[in-house]
Design a binder for this molecule. Structure first.
Ligand code: P6P
Length: 331
């Protein structure tokens, strides 16, 4: 007997929190949930299908596209097109925005399958999404996608891991839903999810150490120095799949850092598709997300679709401590 509330029941119940809501956002979240279930099915059997490996093509980022990247992208485009509640879809896999329903009032930015290079080795991957309201009357334009993160109406992620979870916020806290394959429904498993104020895990690709800013190097050493009073040395945990690293840290407490590196002088992770949605979720869960110098990710001006900032995200006290080293090391 399933005693959990389903995503659909929860969305309808919470719709009452928005007195002027007419159901469009509820239907949009439903459409994302539907596509996520289809993607989950393929991710879970990827090893059995001719759907592993590279598609032999590159995305707008110049990254090798995996067959599942393309499949996932197509599923979200299809679900949002048929749902009719999305005016424009900006996908990390596409160079141009995709115009869907002319009279819809919502904009969606999505990374359909983040971390997909990990699929062939069975490491968790994820979908990341952001929802904005069209900022004007008339047809939606690219300007509607380039909105500051504080204007997000909703944001969340799906993690395809040991179980499949959908975690999202509409600005009234964070709730997590676990997919019950026996009934094909996302069920409320993590109500009012809060991240611990501090933690003992730090996530960063230390292979880039020599190219890190001095403040990051100093913070890494701070994490590694023995200090039983503050539970140091911390544990290093880096999966290389942002949704998986973010989700673990959100639940257990930790910090994820992707600073500037030699190959990514401004950072690697995209402001629109990864940083803003995950920053919205993290802040709503009581955490902090900045560029390492105290500027909230959500307040960074969005100048172009594939913009990349440094990101320090996770437990508030850990992010603040890293910022102390970053600011003290500014030349
Ligand atoms: P690196 C995956 O390619 C991704 O976009 C994120 O999911 C992940 O956190 C990051 O890149 C890993 O990058 O340079 O450490 O391999």
């Amino acid at each position: 007997m399933n005693q959990f509330q389903t995503l659909g029941q929860f969305i309808i119940e919470k719709q009452a929190d928005f007195p002027y809501a007419k159901g469009e956002l509820s239907r949009l979240l439903r459409d994302i949930g539907i596509a996520a279930k289809i993607v989950n099915r393929e991710v879970n059997k990827a090893g059995l299908m001719d759907i592993l490996g590279s598609a032999g093509s590159e995305n707008i980022q110049g990254e090798s596209q995996q067959k599942l990247d393309i499949f996932a992208n197509e599923q979200f485009i299809s679900a949002l097109r048929s749902g009719g509640e999305c005016a424009i879809l900006a996908s990390e896999e596409n160079e141009e925005v995709i115009h869907l329903s002319k009279h819809a009032k919502y904009i969606v930015a999505i990374d359909p399958l983040d971390g997909s290079s990990n699929i062939d080795v069975n490491v968790p991957v994820g979908t990341i999404f952001s929802i904005y309201r069209k900022s004007h009357d008339g047809p939606a334009t690219i300007a509607d996608v380039l909105q500051q993160g504080t204007f997000q109406v909703a944001a969340g992620y799906i993690i395809y891991g040991s179980s499949t979870m959908l975690v999202y916020t509409t600005g009234c806290g964070v709730n997590g839903f676990t997919l019950d394959p026996s009934i094909g429904e996302f069920c409320l498993s993590h109500p009012n999810l809060k991240t611990p104020p501090t933690g003992t895990m730090y996530s960063i690709n230390e292979g880039n150490y020599v190219h890190f800013p001095l403040g990051v190097k100093k913070y890494i050493k701070y994490c590694q120095v023995e200090d039983p009073g503050s539970h140091r040395p911390y544990t290093s945990r880096y999966i290389g799949s942002m949704v998986a690293d973010l989700h673990r840290n959100l639940i257990k407490g930790g910090i994820f850092i992707y600073p500037s590196t030699a190959s990514a002088p401004k950072g690697k992770l995209r402001l629109v598709y990864e940083c803003n949605p995950l920053a919205f979720v993290t802040e709503q869960a009581g955490g902090r997300a900045t560029d390492g110098l105290g500027r909230r990710i959500l307040e960074l001006p969005v100048m172009e679709l594939h913009q990349r900032p440094p990101i320090f995200i996770g437990a508030t006290e850990m992010v603040q401590q890293a910022e102390v080293f970053m600011i003290a090391s500014l030349n």
